[in-house]
Design a protein around this ligand. Structure first.
Ligand code: PRX
Length: 635
């Protein structure tokens, strides 16, 4: 029997049981039957959770791009691999077949090699959502270079720290990018970022906006002429199963961003498997995930998952509101999209517009609709189900993380009965557990706890680049022997999971995972600021927004608070990016601190939420009187 596709609920339980009792047989069979390998493995998995040491498909040899592209050519050479839908609908979509994708990736891979990029080198990709982004990612994987895609909304200093952390040798960028009615000067941002990046030797620049940019002699080259001169044939690098595939940065609750390292074979097997099942993918479906390739969702479900299955995947350059609020629905109608995968924040912002925008288009091609990135509230779930899915398309509320590499808990459409706001059941192979404060596993149903995973899964991150201790400490120390997700969850009477939100100092704003510590660090650098504390509070569209409590230095300057508020936000934008802007800033004379000097964020969170009912135990506070002052001046 094959485990690659779950056909009904009975089969789900059967596969699930098998995957828990005999994980090696389960994943081994999936890996063997659905991919091409240069050489098989000695062992399916080898691990020591205490040391955060995990290996899958030990000693196997493979190249993920052979599986994404080459093996499809005989059967699907002329099939569309990528549909590029540009920001401006009048520009017209582009269809890239698997044959063309092969040629373009091969040329790009040859260019990278000619420019001195070798297996194991890090390449930073800072591009808008254009085909070159997909091609650059795949070309890196082709030659064994480690791609580090940095979302093209990050500021120069955020790019600098990400490039320096993993010492990228090359940057691939473009002159600019289009987003709605704006044009963004990406090359200018890279120029600024690279002033402090000694490791970068070369910059390749794609032409997207036809704008004049500064080209630094000896460092910068236009990409297209190099591609034009390259040959469309490339021998893929033979990669070990555990060779790094990519680094992707995610915010932490403390300090600098964490470069999550994903390796080759396990990531390949599980992204492909999860894509097939969670989206009920069948040949000739058109799959559209609206995320940016700069996030894990884009890595796994715009590129690798779909291409591994020989699917047609849409790359959308624009935004949901341009040229009008019908854009998503127009694109679904135009390309006859079968599976649509987006974020609750996008759903909420479109649900607040007139239903005419969505009713105007024919969405009958849709089969499955998905949600990711944050908890989806009941109202948004129903609007999505009623107006987009027309009550015929299962809503897959998919829970996972940058660290997990692929979807972990989600309904399997047409198999698992859905329940609004519930991610429902774990995929086969995934063993979630809820833990109590005493670090005990909570048995039974109708319980709440900290969500952990107790057995390794193939697509899990292997480490934080350059800092394995931090990886161990962040994910494997709170509950020894288990991976701690940082999320809280409840398990209902039938065993369905509902994610309740972060239990650490990470706030999810519009689906973007923001650590409060780096934002505080940025704010504290402002000359007027002595100290700050950031917390999240509920927001109708964004899910959460940021509330800053700020203590000013007593210099007497900066009397104009509106001006200062604006300046602080500009500071945050330039250090991290516009996504990290604060919605509310309250200037305070002190912050509630424990005797050991820790800010009691729990109280600030309650104040920001406007819930003054019960602040819990404040007896350990050094300065309890400050709580009233902050509360009374709440914005
Ligand atoms: O808190 C959870 C939330 O997003 C976090 C992971 O963020 P990131 O690494 O940026 O990856 C986002 C895309 C996979 C999780 O720890 N989250 C993600 N999906 C859901 C979710 N919360 C509730 N329901 C979801 N479906």
């Amino acid at each position: 029997m094959s485990y690659y596709k779950i056909k009904n609920l009975e089969e789900y339980f059967k596969h699930y049981k098998k995957s828990i009792r005999e994980p090696r047989k389960f994943w081994g069979k999936i890996a063997e039957e659905n991919f091409i390998w240069y050489q098989g493995w000695d062992k399916v998995v080898d691990f020591n959770m205490g040391e955060a040491d995990v290996k899958w498909f030990v000693n196997a040899k493979v190249n993920i791009t052979k599986n994404c592209i080459d093996r499809h050519l005989a059967k699907r050479g002329d099939k569309t691999a990528i549909i590029f839908e540009p920001n401006n609908p009048n520009e017209g979509a582009l269809h890239i077949s698997y044959n063309e994708l092969y040629d373009r990736v091969a040329k790009m891979a040859n260019v990278l090699r000619e420019q001195g990029v070798k297996k194991g080198d890090r390449v930073c990709i800072y591009l808008p959502m254009i085909p070159e982004l997909a091609i650059a990612v795949l070309a890196c994987a082709r030659i064994g270079a480690i791609h580090s895609v940095v979302f093209a909304g990050f500021s120069a200093s955020a790019v600098t720290s990400r490039i320096n952390d993993c010492e990228c040798k090359m940057v691939i960028t473009s002159d600019g990018g289009f987003r709605g009615n704006k044009s963004i000067d990406l090359k200018g941002i890279i120029d600024e970022a690279l002033e402090k990046c000694p490791s970068v030797e070369k910059v390749l620049v794609a032409n997207r906006t036809n704008t004049d940019v500064n080209m630094k002699e000896g460092r910068d080259q236009w990409l297209q002429p190099l591609l034009d001169a390259a040959i469309p044939n490339n021998v893929a690098e033979i990669m070990d199963a555990e060779d790094p595939l990519f680094i992707l940065y995610t915010s932490g609750s403390t300090g600098k961003p964490k470069g999550m390292l994903h390796t080759t074979a396990g990531y390949m097997v599980q992204t492909a498997y999860s894509f097939k099942n969670i989206f009920n993918y069948e040949e000739n479906d058109v799959f559209w995930c609206t995320a940016d390739i700069g996030w894990i969702t884009g890595h796994s479900y715009i590129l690798y998952g779909p291409l591994l299955n020989g699917a047609t995947t849409v790359i959308f350059e624009g935004v949901p509101s341009y040229p009008d609020f019908g854009r998503f629905w127009e694109v679904i109608d135009k390309h006859k999209v079968s599976q649509f995968y987006t974020a609750p924040t996008a759903i909420r912002s479109l649900a607040k517009e007139s239903d005419e925008w969505v009713d105007k288009y024919d969405l009958s091609s849709l089969k499955v609709i998905g949600s990711v990135g944050e908890p989806i509230n009941e109202e948004a779930w129903h609007w999505y189900n009623d107006h987009v899915g027309k009550k015929k398309c299962p809503v897959v509320d998919t829970w996972w993380q940058t660290e997990t590499g692929s979807i972990m808990i989600s309904p399997v459409p047409f198999v698992t009965p859905t329940k609004p706001t519930y991610a429902t059941l774990p995929l086969p192979g995934i063993q979630p557990v809820l833990m109590d404060e005493k670090r005990n596993e909570i048995e039974g149903n109708q319980v709440v706890g900290s969500l952990c995973i107790k057995f390794p899964w193939p697509s899990m991150a292997r480490t934080i680049w350059g800092d394995h201790e931090r990886y161990k400490e962040t994910y494997f120390s709170a509950f020894p022997g288990k991976y701690f997700t940082g999320d809280g969850a409840l398990r209902d009477e039938v065993g369905y999971y509902r994610i309740t939100g972060r239990v650490d100092d990470v706030v999810i704003v519009s689906g973007h995972n923001l650590g409060t510590a780096p934002i505080e660090d940025a704010i504290n650098e402002h000359p007027a600021v002595a100290e700050s504390a950031i917390v999240g509070f509920p927001h109708d569209i964004k899910g959460n927004a940021l509330y800053g409590f700020i203590i000013l230095k007593e210099t007497g300057e900066y009397r104009d608070r509106d001006n200062l508020t604006r300046e602080i936000n500009e500071h945050v934008s330039s250090h991290i990016g516009p996504i990290a802007k604060l919605d509310k800033i309250q200037f305070v004379s002190g912050l509630p601190k424990t005797r050991s000097g820790k800010i009691m964020r729990r109280i600030l969170r309650k104040i920001a939420e406007g819930d003054f009912s019960n602040f819990g135990d404040t007896s350990t506070l050094l300065n309890p009187e400050i709580v009233d002052e902050i509360k009374d001046n709440k914005i």
